[in-house]
Each structure stands twice: as C-alpha cells, then as structure tokens.
Design a protein around this ligand. Structure first.
Ligand SMILES: [Zn+2]
Length: 304
C-alpha cells in the first residue's frame, strides 16, 4: 500500500515520505480505513532497490468492508491518467484546508512541522455520510502535505474542488501556481503578486543556511546560454527566515530539504518545494517569501 496513518505524526504518510522521515522504525502505522497495523517496508534507500511501501503483518487481513487496497490501486493510476469521470473522482480526497490555530503537535514534542490530518471519513465509522452512490465524502484537512501530495499525485485531475483558507480560488489548479522561468529578453517575470501555493522544482545543488536564514535557489530563473551550455544566471529563490522558528522545526526543515534533494540527484525524478506566499514585487523580483513555516512542503514527483 502507498499510504498509512501514523499515530505519532497524527496524519497520513505516503510511502515515499518513508525515505525522508527520521526513525521510521520507532513509528507505528495503521490502515487509515480499518485501523489494522501496517508495517513500513523497503525504506532504506541505499539498501533497498524496491520503492518503500506498507504491508500487513503475515496472515493479517484488512477488516471486512475495508477497501483501502482497492483504493490504493485506483490512486496509483492517477500519476499517468485522469481519474475523474462523469461520476466524479473515484476516491475521497481533501477538498478543504484550514490551518490549525494552535500548534499542538509541536508543544507535545512531535518534530513534524505539518499539522495533523483530520481523520478521513471511514466506511465503518461514517456510513451515513456516504453519498447515494455509496462513495465516501470528501473531507477537510489541516495537513499542508496532504494538499501538496494530492496536487502532484494526480496531475490530470487538478480541476478538482479545493477551498484553501486565505487563498482565492475553487480548484487545485486555481490555488497552486508554478514559478516559471523568464523567456527571451524578459529581465524578470511578475507572477506572484497574489497569495497562492507557489511551487518550483529544486536544483541538485543545495543552498546553504547563513545567519539564521536560507535563500533556497529554485530551478526557475533567468536562463542564458554560456559557452554552449544552459545556465541559470539568476534563479528565483525562496527566502526563509528562521529567527522565529522553534529550533526543532528548523532542523527538520533543513534535514528534509537535504534528504529530498539527495533523493533525486542524478535521477530523472524531481523534487519540488511548495509554499504559501508571494513574490517580492518591490525590491527584488527574484525573491519569494512564505507566510508560515507550517505552509512549506517538499515533494518528490515524476515530471508531468
Ligand atoms: Zn484497511
């Protein structure tokens, strides 16, 4: 299976995240639908050739009525093909995002910076909430990573409904915006004057922290030809100021950034950074900033 609920992080974790999360062995995972324990497998990158996944203990089966495995099969097709039909999207998904007002996860000593995911509607718990066609209803989430995962995991279904606190728009496509490179003689491109979830892929070269802040270079920028080679002469960048961040959140952020970049280096996969914020349209057009440390996420994806 490609995802499981983690009780310690109080959210759904995708199998890919197992490469990034520290101390996977100390965490307990379960099926988000029926609650049986799931074991993380194949998550040591240098040792395992197979991609990470979750499995049930030997001889243990999902509870009766749990269709998590069927749904996982449907979801896995979403990377290459559109899943939405005249009947709508075939599985329940988060269509509302609200940031939690407090940061309980952190005060309880959990190192994860994303907020807990709200419980997904469950076939046994929430039978009444299913629609007439027997499908589960879409749901609200407080996990920014969940929203980012949905956007990248279903690149052909970005017209699905989403309402996101603080951002205008009614679909995933409205709310996300890719940061683009300049073209031809353009000196810069104004593309971030509205608050949105901006994203860009990351170059293989890591940017380094300096004086409690980091300027993370993005692959988008002003590209020129230099000695026959394409060079990003002036990259767009995300400035992250750590001065008000809890130390733990900062360490986790830098660690996630490094691990994510290392995972894609030399491969044909890409790492993206996604954040809520905007572009500096006064002093430095190449500068982007984020509004909240809980609204930044890394994501490994196949270029769509
Ligand atoms: Zn199950």
């Amino acid at each position: 299976m490609d995802e499981a609920r983690c009780k310690v992080l109080s959210r759904v974790v995708t199998s890919e995240e197992l490469y990034i999360i520290d101390n996977v062995k100390s965490l307990v995972f379960c099926c988000d639908e029926c609650g049986i324990e799931l074991l993380p497998c194949s998550f040591l990158k240098d040792v395992n050739l197979r991609k990470p996944y979750f499995k049930t203990r030997k001889g243990v089966h999902h509870k009766q009525g749990c269709d998590a495995e069927g749904e996982a099969k449907i979801r896995s097709k979403g990377a290459n093909t559109r899943l939405t039909s005249t009947e709508g999207f075939p599985v329940a998904y988060p269509n509302r995002f609200k940031l939690r007002k407090d940061d309980i996860a952190e005060s309880e000593g959990v190192t994860d910076t994303s907020s807990p995911d709200s419980q997904r509607p469950n076939s046994t718990r929430d039978k009444d909430k299913s629609g007439a066609n027997g499908r589960k209803s879409n749901y609200e989430t407080t996990s920014f990573s969940s929203i980012v995962n949905q956007y990248f995991d279903f690149p052909h279904d970005r017209d699905r409904a989403l309402s996101f606190e603080g951002i205008q728009g009614t679909t995933y496509a409205d709310i996300f915006r890719q940061i683009r490179s300049t073209r031809g003689k353009q000196k810069y491109l104004i593309q971030g004057d509205k608050q949105k979830i901006y994203y860009a892929s990351l170059p293989w070269k890591l940017s380094l922290e300096d004086n409690d802040r980091i300027l993370i270079n993005l692959s988008a920028g002003k590209w020129i030809i230099q000695e026959g080679k394409k060079v990003n002469e002036r990259p767009y960048y995300l400035e992250v100021n750590f001065s008000n961040w809890p130390q733990r959140s900062k360490s986790k952020f830098l660690n996630d950034y490094k691990k994510t970049t290392e995972l894609v280096r030399g491969t044909n996969r890409k790492a993206a950074i996604a954040f809520v914020g905007g572009q500096d349209t006064k002093d430095d057009y190449f500068r982007f900033t984020s509004i909240d440390r809980r609204l930044i996420a890394f994501k490994i994806f196949n270029d769509a």
